[in-house]
Write a protein that binds this ligand. Structure first.
Ligand SMILES: *Cc1c(COP(=O)(O)O)cnc(C)c1O
Length: 402
């Protein structure tokens, strides 16, 4: 039995996380150094625009972008990025968002890039314009979205093109960026879960993206409620103007110059669309520390550790009657290899859904991956498990069958 946690003290069962960095069970294990930094951040006050300017410097340094900003998650970074693309440096437009009367507010997306997270773009006032088809996915044809379809959809109401980065997303990002830029609109990239490899910090900026959103609470292992936005200076300035607290007396309003230039804006903005997504000094400091450590980390060694743990779990579960295990293929592995467990209900006496459901009702709860339940499979992700927890998870998984 794993030791009790603060959650048991509060009367809440904790979770043994065998499903990877999932927000609904708390994301990743924040780095202890980031927790220490957050505790120290709580001891004194700081002007948040100064701290955002410091974070901007670090984000620019590690991504190669002009500037950066810390949002309250990658989803919040997308909402703020959309707000920046729609309002630019127009104080009136900033004040009216999400009402977009009179300003270009369409965000063009390949239909195959639509996810539940694009609600963040709409939250800023954008109207998402879908292009292309789902033919390849459905097997009704060989093509999904053609570059010309994206170009065709861009018009005077277009504020941006949005792109969800995965190793398999099409058309290629650089092609989409060229089309968008030829038509005078920026590209916002959702790369929330695309770290590691560290090389991805700069890859999408290099491909031409104007704004790139990463989650700070996934493999970066910063605070759960952080996201990293990297991109063009004037867009980051618009983000800052719409996110920082603006309850300021005009005569003494003097935000960090590196982020916001009051003369350029021509006045003090109102509390903006980003204000409900605030980021505290503790989160900012925690993210800065976590990002510094993430770029120094030996990711090959980590991947090796995850692979070894996954192989051990796979071998242990393979001996359970009715279970057949394998590891995700290298080209399908996002961050860590996962153990895929295929359940034969006739032999095991239970279905994959029974196993997953039973595990979630235990105390502590055990969460395994449930995305492949319709195929009679569940998955075990080694990333957020200690070796002791992995042994415990294996024991409880096997116990669902007995
Ligand atoms: C996780 C994820 C998000 C949201 O990230 P948060 O940091 O939790 O806001 C957005 N888009 C994609 C593709 C993701 O995987």
């Amino acid at each position: 039995m794993p030791p009790e946690t603060i959650y048991e003290e509060l009367g809440v069962p904790h979770v043994v996380n065998a499903t990877g960095t999932k927000t609904r069970i708390g994301g990743s294990r924040i780095r202890p150094e980031a927790v220490d930094a957050m505790a120290r951040a709580s001891e004194a006050f700081v002007r948040l625009s100064d701290l955002q300017a410091r974070a901007s410097e670090l984000i620019a340094d590690v991504t190669g972008a002009d500037a950066g900003y810390v949002a309250s998650g990658a989803a919040s970074a997308l909402a703020l990025g959309a707000a920046a693309c729609i309002a630019g440096d127009d104080l009136g437009a900033m004040a009216r968002l999400p009402d977009t009367e009179g300003v270009a507010d369409e965000i063009v997306m390949a239909r195959t890039h639509r996810t539940g997270y694009d609600h963040a773009l709409r939250a800023a006032g954008a109207t998402v314009v879908d292009v292309g088809t789902n033919d390849k996915h459905l097997g009704t044809g060989s093509r999904n979205v053609e570059p010309w379809e994206i170009e065709d959809a861009i018009g005077e109401d277009t504020a941006a093109v949005a792109y969800v980065e995965k190793s398999y997303t099409e058309p290629p990002l650089d092609v989409v960026c060229d089309i968008a830029h030829d038509n005078g609109v920026p590209v916002i990239v959702d790369a929330a879960a695309e770290l590691p490899p560290t090389s991805n910090l700069s890859a999408f900026v290099d491909a031409g993206a104007d704004l790139v959103a990463f989650s700070g609470g996934k493999a970066v292992r910063g605070p759960q409620t952080t996201g990293i936005l990297a991109g063009r200076e004037e867009l980051v300035e618009s983000v800052a103007a719409q996110h920082l607290d603006m309850h300021a007396a005009e005569q003494v309003w003097e935000p960090a110059r590196e982020l916001v230039d009051p003369e350029e804006l021509g006045g003090v903005p109102r509390q903006g669309i980003g204000r409900p997504m605030k980021v505290g000094k503790e989160e900012l400091v925690g993210l800065i520390r976590a990002l510094e450590l993430f770029v120094e980390e030996d990711h090959d060694a980590l991947t090796e550790e995850w692979r070894e743990r996954a192989e051990r779990i796979s071998a242990d579960l393979d001996s359970v009657a009715g279970f057949d295990t394998s590891l995700t293929a290298d080209d399908k592995t996002a961050v860590a290899p996962e153990v895929i467990v295929s359940v034969d209900p006739d032999v095991a006496g239970v279905s994959a859904a029974d196993v997953v459901g039973g595990l979630r009702r235990e105390e502590p709860r055990v969460f395994v991956g449930a995305d492949a339940l319709p195929a009679g499979e569940f998955t075990v992700n080694p990333m957020c498990l200690t070796d002791a927890e992995a042994d415990y998870a294996v024991e409880r998984i096997a116990a669902q069958v007995e």
